[in-house]
Design a protein around this ligand. Structure first.
Ligand code: MTE
Ligand code: MO
Length: 316
């Protein structure tokens, strides 16, 4: 399929401006125009990202790294959010169509008190924390972002999970009215991701509602997204509407689309190459020289024990 082919250009090459431009051109020329005519996609608005409302009371977290922040501009204009298009600048152009109010998050499955939370209430669970995390995409770029949010375990506490909850499944919104590429089979929609229960309950696992002191930009997954900093970026599902505590390992959208490339764990691991490119290095957005990628993205001290005894070459 046409679009699939375009996406299959190795992402490790996308930081090369020429290739990035060629790939863009290919998709825009071949696929996007077909889409636009076929589905009545309105012209793309080339709007500069609007800065969001500021959160009043944010406390600093112990879960934070002391590294140079990636500029707001890069964090909010170089994105992966396939529901809004396959190119890095598509989400910033198209995500203004996302309506983040009203918004509910349904929490169900192996819990004593299944509930549907409205986002306004979730935001009052505070105190919200600012956490500066490293974040690395499987494509070979990384960033350092001051996220705002709270530990995922806060949700689990409120719904009272049962002993049968072995995994957690995260489901993103999939509304073709707001998300133009949900009509295109880039992935199996809705976007689904999963964690083992102990990974989800680890204090580093963050439900993020903002960044840089402000309400989450839509292109970054407003109003509520996951951040799992020791795993490749795709584990961090955006614009979450459902959280299911389950007995069996969920099959994520990426596992369905390319099972030989994307496993369930997807821990950042410089020693396990992606079948089509090395994972030994990464490029921080805005930097020229590549850096060495660290095991567990630099969070080994905090999370390596979760995987004691596991063969991480097999369980990638
Ligand atoms: N719903 C949804 N969540 C998603 C994605 C997506 O396409 N759809 N892309 C993932 C990938 S591949 C990455 S690298 C991160 C990117 O997050 P950022 O744009 O905030 O940097 O979001 C992840 N979460
Ligand atoms: Mo990614």
């Amino acid at each position: 399929m046409l679009i699939k082919t375009a996406i299959d250009i190795p992402p490790s090459e996308i930081t090369d401006p020429d290739l990035f431009a060629r790939r863009r051109h290919f998709i825009q020329g071949a696929a996007a125009s077909a889409l636009a005519s076929g589905f009545g996609l309105p012209a793309l608005a080339a709007a500069a990202p609007q800065r969001g409302e500021r959160f009043p009371d944010i406390r600093k977290s112990q879960w934070t790294v002391d590294e140079k922040l990636t500029p707001y501009e890069s964090v909010t204009t170089y994105n992966n959010f396939y529901e809004f298009g396959p190119d890095k600048d598509d989400p910033a152009k198209n995500a203004h169509r996302l309506k983040t109010r009203p918004w509910t998050i349904t929490v169900e499955g192996e819990v004593k008190r299944p509930q549907t939370f409205v986002i306004e209430d979730v935001l009052k669970w505070a105190p919200l924390e600012e956490r500066i995390y490293r974040f690395r995409c499987v494509e070979g770029w990384s960033m350092v972002v001051p996220w705002i949010g709270f530990s995922f375990s806060e949700i689990a506490r409120r719904v009272e999970i049962t002993g049968n909850a072995k995994y957690v499944e995260f489901v993103s919104l999939a509304d073709a009215e707001q998300m133009p590429y949900v009509r295109v089979p880039l992935l199996d929609w809705p976007y689904v991701e999963g964690l083992r229960i102990d990974e989800a309950m680890h204090p580093l696992t963050l439900l993020a509602v903002g960044l840089y002191g402000e309400v989450m930009p839509k292109q970054n997954g407003a109003p509520l997204r996951l951040i799992v900093p020791w795993k490749y970026g795709f584990k961090s599902a955006k614009s979450i509407v459902k959280i299911r505590f389950v007995r069996d390992m969920p099959r994520s959208s990426w596992m369905k689309s390319a099972p030989q490339e994307y496993g369930f764990y997807s821990n950042v691991n410089p020693e396990v190459p992606h079948p089509r490119w090395s994972q030994a290095q990464e490029r921080r957005l805005g930097e020229f020289l590549k850096r060495k990628t660290l095991p567990f993205n630099g969070y080994a001290e905090q999370v390596a024990a979760l995987y004691a005894g596991m063969d991480l070459r097999r369980n990638y």
